[in-house]
Design a protein around this ligand. Structure first.
Ligand code: IMP
Ligand code: MG
Length: 186
């Protein structure tokens, strides 16, 4: 497992400087849109965490932070299903708050659709989605995305928060996996 990832890195899809420049733009846009409002950022663990810490430092208006975790069952490591379970709930009551969900990637859309449905019932003042990556070709359910970093093709990617069987979230870039050369750990 821990052999060098260079063996199965097909290519660097989004280099570090391009990621950081786009995140600065997103931070500026969010800061303008929520000017004079209170804001709560909610990070969906674990993939969104690297994006969150860079994004929040580009947001210039006061904001609070919370985390939630969900697990998707009835699916494999490289796909999700519509069946998601809350494994860590928020510490914050979101009623009448402006909530911005921060995600690493929206693929089928099943995960974020379930989270949105769950959070809507708690009656936030507003509820929006910010995702670093959007694999729109793979969408199975329609989800509203208010802030999008990059549109990407249907390739499995890793790095910058996204894992390859739980490893490599620390890489500063987004890379494409060569699935012919990669053997998952057992
Ligand atoms: P969805 O429910 O199909 O939209 O899947 C969303 C979740 O699947 C993301 O939050 C990721 O955890 C994971 N995921 C989807 N595509 C990739 C990928 O290319 N690399 C790593 N994780 C991915
Ligand atoms: Mg995720």
């Amino acid at each position: 497992m821990m052999e060098n990832y260079h063996d199965y890195l097909a290519k660097i899809l989004i280099p570090e400087d391009v990621l950081q420049a786009r995140i600065a733009e997103l931070g500026a846009e969010i800061s303008r849109d929520y000017e004079g409002e209170e804001l709560l950022l909610i990070c969906i663990l674990r993939g969104g965490v690297v994006f969150l810490v860079d994004l929040m430092r580009r947001i210039t208006i006061p904001h609070a932070l919370d985390f939630m975790a969900i697990s998707s069952y009835g699916a494999g490591a490289r796909q999700s299903s519509g069946n998601v379970r809350l494994t860590l709930d928020l510490q914050t009551n979101i009623r009448d708050r402006n909530v911005l969900l921060v995600e690493d990637i929206i693929d089928s859309g099943n995960t974020i659709a379930s989270v949105l449905e769950m959070l809507e019932t708690r009656q936030p003042k507003s509820l929006r989605v910010c995702t670093l990556l959007d694999k729109a070709e793979r969408r199975e359910v329609t989800v509203p995305i208010h802030y999008r970093g990059f549109d990407i093709a249907d390739k499995f990617v890793f790095g910058y928060g996204l894992d390859l069987d739980e490893y490599y979230r620390n890489l500063p870039f987004i890379g494409v996996v060569d699935l012919d050369k990669y053997t998952p750990p057992d």
